[in-house]
Design a protein around this ligand. Structure first.
Ligand code: AMP
Length: 220
């Protein structure tokens, strides 16, 4: 099953993608994570992306289209993938349609996690992850049981994203509305879109997504 998770920064795409990875045994492909890894490695792509990401703007379509096309060819993507943070522009969506067709694949569904902007700033600026295993936490909504130890792996180091500041989040939301929100009608017009309520709890959103995925499996 090949899926796209669509929604503004902080909607919970990454969290839900990880849950779908577990239930469906398909891989999460997060262009944001790939770009952060490129920045950390200091690669050519990382050097090009770093300042753009710090400003909360979008990296060029050519860079992310190339990254995704190469990644989809890898073996672990053959039974399916969840695109998290890609596509983010209509040009990327068109490129994705084309590259999937060229590889004999198609998208099964696009799931929009819908949530109002005013809820997002608090969600994003409070989040942090375990530096060892990547488990996600939040200052208010999901603290580790012991503040200094990761519940999942026992790691003791946590990190916050450089672009999770109030100022950068505002730019990222602006980019979402101007460049990414048009994808809602792009996929709606193609009969691919399902929308879930992102204001629900993590389990509540997961339950809504589960219903969408089950309906697709029954249909196919
Ligand atoms: P994310 O982790 O999805 O919030 O992405 C973090 C940042 O990486 C974004 O604010 C963009 O600067 C960049 N980025 C991630 N995915 C894309 C994409 N599909 N197109 C352009 N820029 C992206």
């Amino acid at each position: 099953m090949n899926l796209v998770l669509l929604g503004p920064p902080g909607a919970g795409k990454g969290t839900q993608a990880k849950l779908i990875e577990d239930t469906r045994k398909i891989v999460q492909l997060s262009t944001g994570e790939m770009l952060r890894a490129a920045v950390a490695a200091g690669s050519e792509i990382g050097q090009k992306a770093k300042l753009v990401m710090e400003r909360g703007e979008l990296v060029s379509d050519d860079i992310v289209n190339g990254i995704i096309s190469d990644r989809i060819d890898e073996k672990d993507c053959q039974s399916g993938f969840i695109l998290d943070g890609f596509p983010r522009t209509v040009a990327q969506a068109e490129a994705l349609d084309k590259l999937l067709a060229g590889k004999g694949k198609r998208l099964d569904a696009v799931i929009e996690i819908r949530i109002d902007d005013d809820k997002l700033i608090e969600r994003i600026t409070g989040r942090f992850t375990c530096a060892n295993c990547g488990e996600g936490y939040h200052d208010v909504f999901k603290r580790p049981k012991n503040d200094e130890i990761c519940d999942k792996c026992g790691g003791t180091e946590f990190k916050r994203r450089a672009d999770d500041t109030v100022e950068t989040v505002r730019s990222r939301l602006k980019a979402y509305h101007a460049q990414t929100a048009p994808l809602i009608s792009y996929y709606g017009d193609r009969g691919k879109l399902s929308t879930v309520d992102g204001l629900a709890s993590i389990d509540g959103v997961a339950q809504q997504i589960e219903e969408v995925l089950t309906a697709i499996e029954v249909r196919d």
